[in-house]
Design a protein around this ligand. Structure first.
Ligand code: FAD
Length: 371
């Protein structure tokens, strides 16, 4: 007999995993399939193993997770076991702020800033592991969805332009298939979500599509540098250090933050996050190193690292974080279309994007009745 899932979720990032885990706690028998384009769970909270040097492993997406002092009880319930078991480490004291004069100060904040251990990608796994009945949560990786159709009260999700997977409900954990950027990324001529409904058929979907067209994203480019000189890196006393740049530096150089991650062989990976809103600035690596040397001229240990650093990779995030026009939470579920939405593109009244994504997913799971 053909398998019909109760829920197909597009994506396997923090939103999808929080949704799956929260729904599973409510309805432990509901079958869920997470369909993910990437090779593993995590989405933007991702960790990369270098292909050339297998020892190197580092977080090249979301660097840390910020929870505000107004964190919801539901999120607390999910993260407390992770804090207790040291899978989430409070890194507030491993974050410094560089002011416009190039001086480093400790960060003063009421927020809690965490890093998932051993890597950021493990955060999603830890969330899924907290489900009541994890056997009911299935994954399909390396599976891109470009087309979704609804007929005879069932959703049909097409995967890799081939198979159709059937489900009673469909959840989009990413804005991609509802946002204009999908035209270029998925190489389509119309939005997959628009194609699934005739205009006027579903008011929630119509309103959601109107709203997403106004949503813009912060883009980020990450430069990945490696310092392999083991004698030199001995003088650097940190296993992990994140330095946030002040607004003046962000405005002038597009440098947002720089992160130092110690590797298992003692060497150091340096990740420079450059953020921009519109056009990507053309900056080459020589210019970057010169600018870093100027910025850090008061700190010899950093100068030594930059002088010996080699660029090993670059990563473009064309939609790293929503910037404006978050969607109202009333648009999270359509009972007519049996389609739901969650992620950091909803306005949940919370502060950080991850907290927003998790709140929206927990809220959606609470809204639903699956049978
Ligand atoms: C470099 C970087 C820095 C960041 N810094 C911060 C920060 O400082 N503070 C902060 O709060 N947030 C930050 N963010 C944002 C944060 O990472 C996100 O808010 C969070 O990870 C959202 O998770 P998500 O599950 O909603 O989305 P995602 O992680 O994007 O997950 C969506 C998943 O869906 C998959 N998918 C989408 N469409 C399809 C499709 N059609 N078929 C198959 N799969 C599909 C994608 O592959 C992806 O894995 C940063 C992000 C990046 C990349």
């Amino acid at each position: 007999m053909k398998n019909i899932y109760d829920f197909v979720v597009i994506g396997a990032g923090i939103s999808a995993c929080t949704f799956a885990s929260s729904l599973n706690k409510r309805f432990s028998d509901a079958s869920i399939l997470l369909v993910e384009h990437g090779r593993k769970i995590g989405g933007r909270a991702t960790t990369r193993k270098s292909r050339k040097n297998k020892i190197l492993e580092f977080d090249h997406g979301l660097p840390s997770i910020t929870f505000s002092q107004y964190i919801s009880q539901d999120i607390m319930t999910l993260i407390l076991p992770l804090i207790d078991s040291k899978k989430l480490e409070d890194i507030s004291n491993k974050i410094l702020l560089m002011n416009k004069f190039g001086l480093l100060n400790s960060l003063s904040t009421n927020d809690k800033i965490y890093r998932s251990l051993p890597f950021m990608a493990n955060f999603c796994e830890s969330i899924i592991n907290q489900s009541t009945n994890p056997k009911k949560i299935n994954f399909l990786f390396q599976s891109l969805t470009k087309s979704i159709k609804r007929g005879n009260n069932l959703w049909k999700t097409q995967v890799n332009n081939e198979v159709f997977i059937e489900s009673k409900n469909l959840i989009l954990s990413s804005s991609l298939m509802a946002h204009p950027r999908s035209l270029e990324i998925l190489n389509t001529t119309s939005l997959p979500l628009r194609d699934a409904f005739i205009p006027g058929q579903d008011q929630v979907v119509d309103a959601l599509l109107r709203e997403t067209s106004k949503l813009n994203y912060i883009k980020r480019k990450i430069y990945i540098l490696h310092v392999s000189n083991l004698v030199l890196v001995q003088n650097f006393n940190n296993q992990y250090l994140q330095i946030l740049f002040s607004n003046v530096i962000i405005d002038n150089l597009n440098f947002e933050r720089i992160i130092f991650q110690r590797q298992s062989d003692g060497s150091i990976i340096i990740l420079l996050h450059c953020s921009y809103v519109n056009k990507k600035p053309e900056i080459n690596i020589d210019h970057i190193i010169k600018s870093l040397i100027l910025l850090f001229m008061n700190y010899q240990i950093f100068l030594d690292l930059f002088l010996h650093a080699k660029l090993i990779d670059e990563m473009d995030w064309r939609a790293s974080q929503p910037l404006n026009h978050l969607l109202p939470k009333e648009l999270q579920w359509s009972s007519i279309g049996k389609i739901g939405f969650c992620g950091d593109w909803f306005d949940m009244g919370s502060f950080g994007a991850v907290e927003t994504a998790m709140n929206s997913s927990i809220r959606l799971a609470k809204l639903l009745n699956w049978n």
